[in-house]
Write a protein that binds this ligand. Sequence first.
Ligand code: FAD
Ligand code: 2HG
Ligand code: ZN
Length: 482
Amino acid sequence: MTVLSPSQQTLLGQLRQICGQAHVLTHEDPASDLSAWEQDWRKRVKGLALAVVRPASTAQVAEVVMACAASGTPIVPQGGNTGLVVGGVPDGSGQQIVLSLGRMNAVRAIDPANLTITVEAGCVLQNLQAAAQSAGFLFPLSLGAEGSCTIGGNLGTNAGGTQVVRYGNTRDLCLGLEVVTAQGDIWHGLSGLRKDNTGYDLRNLMIGSEGTLGIITAATMKLYPQPAAQLTAWAAVPSMQAAVELLGLAHQHLGPGLTGFEVMGQFALGLVDKHHPQLRVPLWQGSPWCVLLENSDSESEQHARSQFETLLERALEAGCVSDAVVAENLSQAQALWHVRESITMAQAAEGLNIKHDISIPVSRIPAFVAETDALLAREVPGVRMVNFGHLGDGNLHYNVQAPVGMPGQAFLHDYEKQINRLVFDQVAQFDGSISAEHGVGELKVGQLPLYKDATALAMMRAIKTALDPHNLLNPGRVLGAN
Ligand code: FAD
Ligand code: 2HG
Ligand code: ZN
């Protein structure tokens, strides 16, 4: 058990007064297990929290921040703790509090005429989607962790997911924010305005700041009409170049109906087949790549199906598809998406691995993959590439698994630095980004100075110092020691 200083004891007393005894969890109680908040999703890091604090309202968040600021206690905001870059767990010092937004999960309002929904930060993404659907609308943000990630975390990381090709990232879906600042003030910015040029864009600054500039307590998000029909197809493609050609045809034939375009490498699908044998993975054994396409149609299912058929016929003629299936009904479509969304879990089951969440101009992806695969195979013989992702957005999950027989921990210890360097140097050569949608967190802090424009970094540091001069909000993340 950690021994607490008198000022920490005082702080815990204040936090219990603010949130209630039951909502301030500490290691003082030997029965309480805080690992769900202290361990990151990928099991890369296990921190030690001074306390896990669970406020129920924006006013409580503000009071918690003021109490922490007065005692100089750092705060790590946390939503569903599904982040993949070690951004939402405390460090190992036992000095930081985790501010868990999970109890703030209400849907505050839906404005059908304005096409907006206002929700609290701890609202689980799937519940937000369901609330939109019950009101007759679509909230398009969609990702594999949607059953446990929260809209606060999605905004904190500017999450992408599988519908970006049509609807954009979380930032593009947000019209307003309510934020508690590092001083404990509340910014009431929940406007549902689509136009507002009254100065600096604070909303878009907060989005993607990974809890380092403010604590998002609520958000007003955009709603869309539900499509009349949604069809999913799965295509085997002979090469990454063919996948890019198929993407071009899909844009041409489906226009704004193209709402998903995911690419999956053979080894990634093989892992799903191996670790999730109950799932049926189509067409993967005979093809180096498969593509999942989604067509959302505002007319009818018949129209969507005939558009899809024309697209796939053209693609077969052009040789960029070797075989394809179109889901006959919703449950078949869901089964196909389930395969795609299971790759991350299957990869975790195979062992600790190195992830590269990168973006490259779509046109250059085939050359990037060919060159980088070859360089990696030379650098670490036997290395296995788990390559998949949102090709429609130029975003690959270019992940690397240990050679057969090498334990994941040893692989990371011996090779992570050199593999990261090799891949990220390649990304830079191809004018890409080393973080497309997962953020920087702690895992990529060391990489930013190597790959991000120095002037941009200096401006980021100046903003952090201005908004959080005592470095209380998620210290060490994004920018490292400030
Ligand atoms: P957390 O993990 O709790 O936190 C993430 C970051 O946001 C931390 O820095 C945290 O401090 C900050 N934060 C959390 N809440 C707040 C708040 N209220 N105010 C300010 N900062 C806050 N990501 C994608 O982009 N696309 C995908 O397709 C995708 N698929 C995934 C699939 C799986 C199986 C898993 C496990 C993860 C996936 N992710 C994906 C990553 C992850 O789900 C997203 O980053 C998600 O947005 C994190 O939400 P969360 O609520 O779990 O946030
Ligand atoms: C996805 O697209 C997520 O499934 C996770 O962003 C990616 O596991 C990964 O590397
Ligand atoms: Zn992704």
